[in-house]
Ligand binder design. Structure first.
Ligand code: BES
Ligand code: MN
Ligand code: ZN
Length: 497
């Protein structure tokens, strides 16, 4: 799918389809009225008849509209004009692409991008349009013996822009959108791959591919390296598995050598059985997504590489399976982390924090500007925030604000949760420095409190994406969240947002 920007006159060129909006109730957008003029009131008549009332997300596909050069005209409902904002805009783009995908349309002029969206500019509109279009047509059929999606696909999408200045902004936005969509597709693919394919070694190979393609620096630490360094908590999780663990270091150098990097740390548990504290059988297959944090870091770095972002970004990925077995860690085992702090492992299913904490200590060596870890860390976070917002925890108010703003702009929501020391008491252990679980109350907070003990030396934020990284049910699959949030944050840091 290719994208280009043009100040096209609606319906004047021989394209497969012109896409225009209709507000509730029955008010034509500017582009729609242009087409209506050429068609001598044809659209207005249809709208008056009640076939398109402008409800947000509704569509009506018209063929051979008189006086119009495009083969089709797609009317898309935009909802109430006074309420038209980011959510309605995104919904309209998705509805348009969904409707056209699977028709014979190959090229489209999308006039929705010329609509005014409250609080956003032309760059944002173009960026969002590209991301949503690519999301809508995404399919994961790598493991099917035959591709299920047949028929023609959308090839060329022209994004309509207003004036010259808008065109220039939209151009940049579309480019960024394509890079972000590429990154998101990688994140989704990695999440959707089965756990017998997407192993720690597979993730390491992906990092090596990215390094080669985007001239990044890559290093993969093996079990012996981790032993030498003293990554005791990560190794404790890995010891029950036959798949060897990896510790992946991927560095994008887009700024001066001495510019402090942003470090992204991604939880890479390629399958979480719970270990000896084994999980129930129902839906255990979904624990293949427990490497979504790692997938997010790789997808984000891919987008960063494609945009050649003028920023230093380091990705750290501790990756392993969490399996039961004769060599597996027992509840009650006490291990020493890379930081020197000892941990009593009371529940082997609280493994994410155990692999992340060693990565957080490893991050100190970069003297980072900020460290952000991304992890499908707790079921409790899903209970707290559902599938709408990622949980945000931070030891720095300004960093938290910056991330929340990025989340808002990218429409990739996050909500700040507390990290007060009052919660630390729940992690008390009679036998080690502290335990790896804090009981049922505020489970996502005590998990973050555990991590905070390893992130004292820098500005740090933690994103719990257990509820947002994938969808269950019929539409089961990875979402690539929070790649958009992180890119938005990094664009901001690079002065490009
Ligand atoms: N990977 C899970 C968290 C998870 C649960 C993600 C459900 C998505 C959906 C994590 O490793 C885990 O098992 N956490 C435990 C922690 C508990 C033992 C303190 C949990 O949330 O139940
Ligand atoms: Mn677990
Ligand atoms: Zn897990």
């Amino acid at each position: 799918m290719e994208f280009s920007i043009k100040a096209v006159q609606p319906g004047r060129t021989k394209t497969g389809c012109a896409v225009v909006g209709v507000f509730e109730s029955r008010k034509l957008s500017l582009a729609a009225s242009r087409i209506d003029e050429a068609a001598k009131g044809y659209l207005a008549a249809i709208v008056r008849r009640g076939d398109m009332a402008g409800k947000s997300g509704s569509t009506l596909l018209l063929h051979n509209v008189p006086g119009v050069a495009s083969e089709r005209v797609l009317l898309v409902g935009l909802g109430k004009e006074t309420e038209f904002g980011a959510r309605q805009y995104r919904e309209a783009i998705a509805a348009a692409i969904r409707t056209l995908n699977g028709t014979g349309t190959r090229d489209v002029e999308l006039h929705l991008t010329a609509l005014d969206v409250k609080g956003h500019d032309a760059a944002w509109s173009a960026r969002q349009a590209v991301i949503i279009a690519r999301e809508t047509v995404y399919r994961f059929d790598a493991m099917k013996s035959r591709r299920e999606t047949a028929g023609p696909v959308l090839e060329q999408i022209t994004l309509a822009a207003g004036d010259k200045a808008d065109s220039r902004k939209a151009e940049l936005g579309a480019q960024q959108g394509a890079a972000i969509a590429d990154g998101m597709a990688l994140t989704k693919d990695l999440g959707n791959l089965p756990p017998n394919v997407c192993t720690p070694a597979y993730l390491a190979a992906q990092a090596r591919d990215l390094a080669k393609r985007y001239r990044m620096k890559v290093q993969v630490l093996e079990r012996e390296d981790m032993q030498r360094l003293g990554m005791g908590t990560l190794l404790a999780v890995a010891q029950g598995s036959h798949e060897p663990p990896k510790f992946i270091v991927l560095e994008h150098r887009g700024a001066a050598k001495d510019a402090k990097p942003v470090v992204l740390v991604g939880k890479g548990v390629t399958f979480d059985t719970g270990g000896i504290s084994i999980k129930p059988a129902a839906e255990m297959d979904e624990m293949k997504y427990d490497m979504s944090g790692a997938g997010t870091v790789l997808g984000t770095l891919k987008a960063v590489g494609e945009m050649k972002l003028a920023l230093n970004v380091v990705g750290l990925i501790p990756t392993t399976e969490n399996m039961p077995g004769g060599h597996a860690t027992r509840p009650g085992d006490i291990v020493k982390s890379l930081s020197g702090q000892t941990v009593e492992i009371l529940n082997t299913d609280a493994e994410g924090r155990l692999i992340l904490c060693d990565a957080l200590t490893y991050a100190e060596r970069y003297e980072p500007a900020a460290v952000i870890d991304i992890a499908t860390l707790t079921g409790a976070c899903v209970i707290a925030l559902g599938h709408v917002a990622s949980g945000l925890f931070s030891n720095d108010d300004r960093l938290a604000e910056e991330l929340l703003k990025a989340a808002d702009a990218a429409h990739d929501r996050a909500w700040r949760m507390p990290l007060w020391d009052d919660y630390q008491d729940q992690l008390k252990s009679n036998f080690a420095d502290f335990a790896n679980i804090g009981g049922r109350p505020a489970g996502s907070v005590t998990a973050a409190c555990f991590l905070a003990r390893f992130a004292r030396k820098y500005k740090w934020a933690h994103l719990d994406i257990a509820g947002t990284a994938w969808r269950s049910g019929k539409e089961k699959g990875a979402t690539a969240r929070p790649v958009p949030l992180l890119i938005q944050f990094l664009l901001g840091r690079a002065g490009k947002a």
